[in-house]
Design a protein around this ligand. Structure first.
Ligand code: ADP
Length: 466
């Protein structure tokens, strides 16, 4: 996966949701474990303290009844009989060790000395948890007075508790880690599932942006929120489509309504001109009326053609068109005009015939508009090269000229209706040819791109999907 793909992937909502899901799972698991550890530890310590207190009470009553010697003997018996690691230490009130009995090697005995003054000051049993050298587990120890001036110190190891915790840790590691990975994967799939329908909305919006206003979001059994979004989106599209349709109908009607009176005016002017029964001035006027009418009718027809091409996105007439032949005949058509202007018209075609499924007449108009511009906005001695090729599963028509070029500032506007660059206003034209060419390319599922350098020439690339 490339760096860009990885970066894009990390910006997806699915990825972020999965990370959040895994993060929340991890934090809640840690929180639960902490509570569990705290609960177990405090309970273990409570139980240890209870049993140590019980032990102290036993020694107290023994000291009371039978004296120090019996205590020492009992200590020895306890140490012998106990399976667990235990120790007993008798200390005088001034800190002198009287006796020590243990069934394991207890170094660091002096660690216990610090509790003796506390026993004297508090007159109570003092509990503490300590770590001693060379002993793997912690110890819970108690120090308390069992007779006049005699302090007993004893303790229990955390051995069983720590064994239990280590087993629990191993278990958790074995279970929690796969569970964490699994929860991340499940989180990823769940968020993907939830966002799949949103992707459908995006896809529909993209298709609409390409000009297919008939697209709608279709969902089967989605979540309520996404269903609401799709419903609102579809409603909005219905409304927009109705508005566009209304607007187009108005312009179309105006164009239609203008066409008939214009044709009538033109017809009358023509009749006047043919009859020759009029002064010369009237003849000139009739001729210019015919010319203006022709321009207006041409403009109206092109506007209607653009509307038709745009409305017909995905619904153009489909026939298999031999593109090599189409290009050749278009160039033959323009050969005399190019010669007249001193421009060389070159055609580069692939050896084998290329075919495209589309509307032949419209494709012809698209190509001729582009070739015509290449000649029109060229200079004497210039060249127009028309190339046809197949690349990346698309058909490409390249029309390159060595003409006046288009400045970068206006390059994006040349496909707008009625737009004409200042430099080309001296040439005849309506500013509709490129709009029509683009509408046809898009209606055929393709597009037109342009590259141009002012005073050097332009390159128009028509790409049509195969
Ligand atoms: P027009 O009828 O004016 O040719 P088009 O829609 O075909 O209308 O073109 C729009 C404008 O784009 C033109 O007026 C011209 O300024 C510019 N243009 C189009 N093709 C070329 C080209 N090959 N070289 C330079 N300018 C061009």
């Amino acid at each position: 996966m490339s760096f860009k793909k990885m970066r894009d992937f990390s910006h997806t909502l699915s990825f972020r949701l999965a990370i959040w899901y895994a993060g929340i799972f991890l934090v809640s698991m840690l929180l639960l474990l902490s509570i569990f550890y705290y609960y177990i530890t405090s309970n273990v310590i409570k139980n240890m303290d209870l049993s140590l207190e019980e032990e102290m009470r036993e020694f107290c009553s023994l000291m009371d009844k039978s004296g120090l010697q019996s205590v020492k003997k009992y200590m020895a018996i306890e140490v012998e009989s106990e399976a667990e690691d235990v120790f007993f230490r008798l200390v005088s009130a001034d800190g002198q060790e009287i006796d020590m009995a243990t069934n394991y090697s207890f170094k660091d005995v002096q660690l216990l000395d610090k509790f003796i003054p506390l026993v004297k000051n508090n007159a109570a049993n003092i509990f503490a948890t300590i770590h001693v050298t060379d002993y793997p587990n912690r110890l819970r120890v108690v120090s308390g007075e069992i007779g006049q001036g005699v302090i007993l110190q004893t303790g229990q190891s955390f051995e069983y508790y720590e064994k239990f915790i280590s087993i629990l840790n191993n278990f958790l590691f074995l279970v929690a880690l796969p569970l964490f990975v699994l929860s991340t994967i499940v989180g990823w799939f769940m968020s993907r599932q939830a966002l799949k329908d949103i992707e459908k909305v995006t896809l529909t919006a993209e298709k609409i942006a390409q000009g297919d206003y008939n697209q709608r979001v279709e969902l089967q059994q989605s979540t309520l929120e996404v269903e609401k979004l799709a419903h609102a989106f579809n409603n909005m599209l219905d409304r927009i489509q109705a508005l566009i349709k209304g607007l187009k109908e108005v312009t179309d009607n105006i164009a239609h309504d203008l066409r008939s009176p214009l044709a009538r005016i033109r017809g009358k002017a023509e009749m006047t001109l043919v009859s020759k029964n009029f002064p010369t001035d009237c003849g000139t006027m009739a001729a210019s009326t015919i010319e203006e009418c022709d321009n207006l009718i041409d403009m109206i027809n092109t506007m209607l053609d653009i509307t038709e091409a745009e409305a017909g996105v995905g619904h153009t007439e489909q026939e298999t068109v031999a593109i090599n032949d189409l290009m050749l005949s278009a160039c033959e058509l323009f050969e005399p005009i190019a010669n007249e202007k001193g421009i060389k018209l070159k055609v580069v075609l692939p050896e084998s015939q290329l075919y495209f499924k589309g509307d032949k007449h419209k494709l012809q108009r698209m190509v001729t508009n582009l070739i015509e511009n290449g000649i029109k906005y060229n200079r004497p001695g210039g060249t127009v090269t028309v190339t046809l090729k197949e690349a990346d599963r698309e058909l490409q028509i390249l029309i390159e000229d060595t003409g006046i070029g288009i400045s970068e500032q206006v390059l994006a506007r040349i496909f707008d209706r009625f737009y004409r660059c200042d430099a080309s206003r001296s040439e005849p034209g309506l500013g509709l040819g490129l709009s029509l060419a683009k509408a046809i390319a898009r209606a055929s599922g393709g597009d037109i791109q342009v590259k141009s350098t002012i005073n050097a020439g332009s390159l128009f690339i028509v790409s049509l999907p195969l």
